[in-house]
Design a protein around this ligand. Structure first.
Ligand SMILES: Nc1ncnc2c1ncn2[C@@H]1O[C@H](COP(=O)(O)OP(=O)(O)OP(=O)(O)O)[C@@H](O)[C@H]1O
Length: 394
């Protein structure tokens, strides 16, 4: 069933320069279309969207209800539309009265591109447009990792190892070697950046200044990173725990020569405190991942066999790690009204076969499937994100 959605009114408050133009070319294909005038100013647009029997409401009412803080993590294969869906959800939350923070933990940030605003800098930047406050944060993984590296080195990493060697405390130095911490920090596994980035976000949220947010939306890195990330908090928690224990041993083993450490003691305390705080945050991150009352991981995919297979594996891993997951967005679906165009009709048929896979997939079939149509222009800027959000998050 083809439905015409017309859409100039809802964006009036944004003073968006859309204009009401029928895009004949797009309509003949039946695509969801953002018609433009010649001078590229857009005041409003008519959109032909499509409701198919398989299409389900996303359950946005449930997502938006309540003022307790909730976290939504959007993840999936590279390029499927994670950022667009995350940004559109953040805009929708903000327009529904939630002070919202949208965070990119993907080292290859694209939030700035998606919002068409400069959101770089590693700090909270206000996004212009929505009714309620919306802030964006692009975490700088390099910086976060450097902080972590310097804290752990001071408290038992390679710096202290050299020092221990010099002191003839070889046995303890060997134990340090076993931790392989230097290696971990020099060639960090995928996911470490993200784990540190998320713990960094927790740090922001602990501060009074930023505790107003009731919805936090994460635009996460592609699947591989996410999978590693899930097991990382445990791994890091164990590693940091070992370092701290080792530090205790070092402290007692060197009590006889304490005066030699002299000045360094204060620094070492600082570093240990930092590390302890990081460890606590890691534990919080791990708990957060598994808290069904406050967190949900939304998988984003596209209707191709490869993307759906990968989503199935991601879903299995999330479930194995007890991460709450109940929604699957299938993005870039070609509407049935595109059948006038031979190429589109073929492509849609292919997409429908992939969509069928979801119904029979042991991991994905239990999820709420949300279809998002393929739009004929790039989704950039708050008005476009609001438009996408109104289609996806119903
Ligand atoms: N439904 C859609 N219709 C048309 N274009 C879309 C749609 N969804 C996303 N896009 C476009 O596809 C491109 C990739 O989208 P996006 O950046 O959201 O994907 P991503 O999964 O976050 O990518 P990455 O893995 O590289 O971070 C963008 O140019 C975006 O505008």
């Amino acid at each position: 069933m083809a439905v015409v959605v017309s859409y100039p009114q809802s964006l009036k408050h944004l003073n968006t320069p859309f204009s009401l133009v029928k895009c004949k070319a797009s309509f003949s294909c039946g695509f969801v279309s953002f018609p433009t005038t010649r001078n590229q100013h857009r005041k409003s647009f008519i959109v032909r969207s499509v409701a198919t029997p398989a299409e389900a409401a996303s359950g946005f009412d449930e997502m938006v209800s309540g003022t307790q803080r909730k976290y939504y993590m959007l993840g999936g294969k590279g390029g499927v539309g994670k950022t667009s869906c995350a940004a559109s959800l953040a805009v929708k939350f903000a327009n529904n009265g939630h002070p919202t923070l949208v965070v990119s933990t993907d080292p290859a940030h694209s939030l700035s591109d998606s919002f068409a605003q400069d959101l770089t800098g590693g700090t909270l930047v206000p996004v212009e447009g929505p009714y309620s406050p919306l802030f964006a944060l692009e975490i700088n993984p390099e910086k976060a990792r450097d902080e972590f590296r310097s804290a752990s080195q001071k408290s038992g990493g390679t710096g202290i190892k050299d020092f221990m060697d010099g002191m003839g405390l070889g046995v303890l130095a060997e134990q340090l070697g076993e931790l392989k911490l230097g290696e971990l920090l020099d060639t960090p596994p995928p996911g470490l950046d993200e784990a540190i980035a998320i713990s960094k976000v927790m740090q922001f949220l602990e501060s009074q200044e930023y505790n107003m947010f009731t919805r936090i939306v994460f635009d996460t890195a592609p699947t591989g990173h996410t999978l590693r990330l899930l097991s990382l908090p445990d791994f890091l928690d164990a590693s940091i725990g070992k370092i701290l224990k080792l530090r205790q041993k070092i402290a007692s083993a060197t009590s006889a020569i304490k005066s030699v450490f002299g000045q360094e003691d204060n620094h070492r305390e600082d570093a240990a405190d930092k590390l302890e705080r990081l460890r606590e945050r890691m534990i919080k991150v791990r708990e957060l991942f598994r808290d069904t009352s406050s967190t949900e991981f939304v998988i984003v995919t596209i209707p191709t066999v490869m993307a759906i297979s990968e989503s199935s594996r991601l879903c299995a891993s999330l479930k194995k790690e007890s991460v709450p997951v109940q929604r699957l967005i299938v993005n870039q679906v070609i509407p049935p009204s595109a059948s006038d165009c031979k190429f589109c009709a073929m492509k849609r048929k292919d997409q429908m076969r992939s969509l069928d896979m979801i119904q029979t997939d042991s991991e994905l079939s239990s999820l709420v499937v949300i279809q998002a149509p393929l739009v004929d222009v790039e989704i950039r800027g708050v008005p476009a994100l609001q438009f996408l959000g109104d289609i996806v998050w119903k």
